[in-house]
Design a protein around this ligand. Sequence first.
Ligand SMILES: Nc1ncnc2c1ncn2[C@@H]1O[C@H](COP(=O)(O)OP(=O)(O)OP(=O)(O)O)[C@@H](O)[C@H]1O
Ligand SMILES: [Mg+2]
Length: 194
Amino acid sequence: MTDNGTIEQRIEQQVYERLSHVIDPELGRSVTDLGMIPAIKAVKSDDGANHYDLTVHVELTVPGCPLSRTISERITQAVLTYPDAKLTPNIEIGAMSRDKLEKLVGELKAERRQNPFNKPGTKTRIFAIASGKGGVGKSSVTANLAATFSALGYDTAAIDADIYGFSLPSLFGVHSRPTDLNGMLMPVVAWGSR
Ligand SMILES: Nc1ncnc2c1ncn2[C@@H]1O[C@H](COP(=O)(O)OP(=O)(O)OP(=O)(O)O)[C@@H](O)[C@H]1O
Ligand SMILES: [Mg+2]
């Protein structure tokens, strides 16, 4: 025992701290912030002085979501690069309870209800592309502007406000549908992840 508890406890705490830098690609927030890591367990392995088996329990927001592999890989990477001991990762993937998900989505929605673009000093700029006539190139201009801003290094989002005749998904080559997180739609990422 040390002042900070057992070595296992210290490893668990430090891995949790490392996971605070692992970002959920869809929500753009760290997995610890989102309450996706309910437990971490380190158990000393028999075969080495400084070797531990480390189980990370992960609760996904959407069960079986296509991004679970990315999340799992990012967590595995954070465990494997732990500097002070050799850790063998075991990632246990589960899903959040309905109650927990509802609470999380409620919090995320509350944050979004405040317009972040009104804050003083915000660097975000919004461009509206509109016309009083159909088929004149609004979507083409939007997609090209978005691609250009992104290529210049700006984080860029495009919203196609055309409810019935939207064309931005095909212009961006996107085939997946946005994830519906309890009524909150998560934007689809094109040409690279966050
Ligand atoms: N600068 C351009 N020159 C020639 N054709 C173009 C140009 N820009 C867009 N187009 C073509 O015009 C058609 C309509 O373009 P686009 O879908 O961008 O227009 P839109 O204003 O978004 O249309 P909608 O009103 O249907 O949403 C497409 O076939 C597109 O390839
Ligand atoms: Mg259009």
